[in-house]
Design a protein around this ligand. Sequence first.
Ligand SMILES: [Zn+2]
Length: 300
Amino acid sequence: MKENFLIVCEGFNTPPFRAGLLIFCILIFCGFCISCTGRSSSRSLPESSIENNSETNNAAAQNQDTEGFIRDYWHVYFERANLPDYIIENIISHLVLGPDFLMELLSILDGDPSLYILVDKQHALSQDHAPDDLAELTGGAYSVTRQDLMLRRPAAEALEAMARAARLDGITLTAASAYRSYNYQVNTYNNWVRELGQEAADLVSARPGHSQHQLGLTLDFYPINDNFAGTTASGWLEQNAARFGWSLSYPKGYEDITGYQWESWHYRYAGAELAEFIDKYFDNIQQYALQFIHAYRNME
Ligand SMILES: [Zn+2]
């Protein structure tokens, strides 16, 4: 049976997506079709209440089977990603309704890996990871606090688009820090260690290789401190950043999850598709989504 499904999916059957496509095909051809057939026949063929109850029971049993299968299949990924129960239940509730979650995940994985790569306390970029499409932030619809800021071109363009929309609402976004090379991060981290000691420095600054800023996709808005949270720009970003592909990396109350203190000013460009994915399935917690994608990719 599995082989038949794989043949159907042959055109898309590249190794990273093999297991994902397998479950998609199984759900499409078995679970959803059978449960839909059950529901439509109960509507089109009015029978005795006993028969209707029987069909309803069959459909309910089928739905339970489908959910059980989904839980079994995804369990290992959820566990590896260390997701909390409420996130898992949210994803399961979407999975039982249809294949959107899986299709959106596969589409994201088919895009630029830098958008979803996990960079945190445990996962580092190599010393020589340096983007080759950095563009200077000259300040278009946004302002800059200094002239040498750079982001990768897709992020710079998304910043400009977002800043234009903010301007229409009477808000000016100001960029204060962007791409940081590995060596720059060495100096930054060492300065914090000198000032605060290593333990405190680790809460406010990433060790070299562990900074999202090395991706060239991450931006700190001005001011780079907690005062930013009280600005209209911060409120506007909370409501609108995801539409333009930007995601808050270190939200308030998730210090134990992200490893960092709340940073209301620090946004990572994930692309509109992933930003929406984070919001829809992961309660807008970027870290959960990236941990999940990391677990999924490493087990395929
Ligand atoms: Zn930052």
